[in-house]
Design a protein around this ligand. Structure first.
Ligand SMILES: Cc1cc2nc3c(=O)[nH]c(=O)nc-3n(C[C@H](O)[C@H](O)[C@H](O)COP(=O)(O)OP(=O)(O)OC[C@H]3O[C@@H](n4cnc5c(N)ncnc54)[C@H](O)[C@@H]3O)c2cc1C
Length: 385
């Protein structure tokens, strides 16, 4: 007989671990048999998450660094922006993975397995998860594994398919070079020939900063181009000649308006696999937090529908499609769009807009800072497509 659980969390990355963390905080789950499974043991610091937040979040205890001011640089507009009431926060993946694993060791109802998952199926009366030598079942599987051949393209449907791709170095210098109280959120002064291109610069001390070269384009660059751009930025903009690379990370994130599945029978999708990357910005961390909180709420309420789209979510899907349309057809360059948005609006409103949290009146205020001749036809096309 196959092993059966109340819940299987398939994929123990950001979404899987966030969901488990929330379940551990909620007494409702203490009597549930939970399996969390991943092909990797997650002992490597494979990424750094940055996001803005007003209050203490689920992972407050492991915030590695935080900033209350951020720089924005472009040819059109440059400023140091105070982001109050938000803080821009950084979490190192390894700290999140370790915290969740340590916490879970106190819960006897939680089991870990490190194994490759080859298939999941939610169509029967139980959800099934296929491993190399056995199939295990659960009442519900919460999945964040992308099974498709192309890991950044959801199957089927029409839509725009930009990629956010980046390479980052945490560098350390022998002398003081950085102001750890100000992060560079976007620096568009770099070459824009490939498409929307910018640098992040996130100093965690006077001698240490994460510098990330980021592009929103349809194709990836050859590996050497990311390194050349990073070296050039460190040399000419930061004016640093000597440094050592302490940590390196890279990634490719889908920026698309194509619909990822939310739920197929007894399998519930979350994370990148559940479409939690914001199509027009590539940010996912906070959307994953919202999704995993909503899943826990639905379970605690005894519900079984995890695929409800609110009107607010649909509204922002439309806005994301409009921006992707403008970028895809190169009607306006990304550096100009972001410059205008940040120049003409209070930063707090922009951050709430990027979090899908503004109301219609605030949306209109942001939209009127964009050229109507470009955005209106794009909006009409997306509404009627
Ligand atoms: C380097 C990097 C930096 C990022 N920085 C930010 C940021 O600053 N802010 C932000 O908002 N977003 C950021 N993102 C985007 C997003 O937040 C992350 O990609 C996030 O980790 C997505 O969470 P996830 O759970 O969907 O996927 P993952 O965290 O990738 O988790 C998926 C898990 O599935 C496992 N897995 C895959 N296939 C199998 C299989 N067949 N069997 C078993 N296990 C499997 C993997 O080992 C992995 O642990 C970043 C992404 C990357 C790559």
């Amino acid at each position: 007989m196959s092993k059966h659980y109340d819940y299987i969390i398939s994929g123990a990355g950001c979404a899987g671990m966030s969901l488990l963390m929330r379940m551990m905080r909620e007494p409702f789950f203490s009597s549930k048999k939970i399996l969390i499974i991943d092909g990797s043991d997650k002992t490597v610091n494979d990424r750094t998450w940055c996001f803005w937040e007003k209050e203490a979040g689920l992972f407050e205890s492991i915030v590695h660094h935080r900033w209350e001011r951020v720089n924005f640089f472009s040819e059109l507009f440059s400023a140091t922006l105070t982001i109050s009431p938000y803080q821009y926060k950084m979490i190192r993946a390894i700290d999140l993975y370790s915290l969740v694993r340590e916490e879970s060791a106190k819960h006897t109802n939680i089991e870990w397995r490190y194994e490759k998952v080859s298939e999941i199926d939610g169509t029967g009366s139980k959800a099934g998860l296929v491993l190399a030598t056995e199939t295990i079942t659960a009442d519900w599987i919460f999945n964040s594994i992308l099974f498709e051949d192309d890991p950044v393209t959801p199957p089927g449907g029409k839509g725009y398919n930009l990629l956010q791709h980046f390479k980052g170095w945490m560098i350390e210098t022998n002398e003081d070079h950085f102001d750890p109280s100000v992060a560079t959120y976007m620096d568009f002064r770099v070459n824009q020939d490939e498409g929307t291109t910018f640098m992040y610069m996130l100093p965690v001390s006077k001698r240490k900063a994460l510098i990330e070269y980021t592009l929103f384009t349809e194709k990836l660059l050859s590996p050497d181009k990311y390194e050349t751009a990073l070296k050039e930025y460190i040399r000419s903009y930061l004016q640093i000649s000597e440094y050592k690379i302490e940590h390196e990370e890279s990634g490719v994130i889908p920026m698309t308006n194509r619909h990822f599945p939310q739920q197929r029978g007894r399998v519930v999708y979350m994370g990148i696999a559940g479409g939690q990357v914001k199509g027009s910005s590539g940010y996912a961390f906070q959307f994953i937090q919202k999704r995993t909180a909503a899943i826990c709420k639905e379970l605690c309420a005894g519900g079984n529908r995890f695929n409800r789209w609110s009107l607010q979510q649909r509204k922002f899907q439309l806005y994301d499609s409009v921006l992707l349309n403008v970028l895809h057809y190169q009607k306006m360059k990304g550096d100009k769009i972001f410059s205008k948005i940040f120049q003409k609006n209070p930063t707090e409103r922009v951050l709430r807009f990027l979090d899908n949290e503004t109301n219609l009146w605030e949306d209109l205020q942001i939209m009127q800072t964009m050229p109507a001749t470009i955005f209106l036809p794009a909006a009409l096309k997306e509404i009627f497509t």
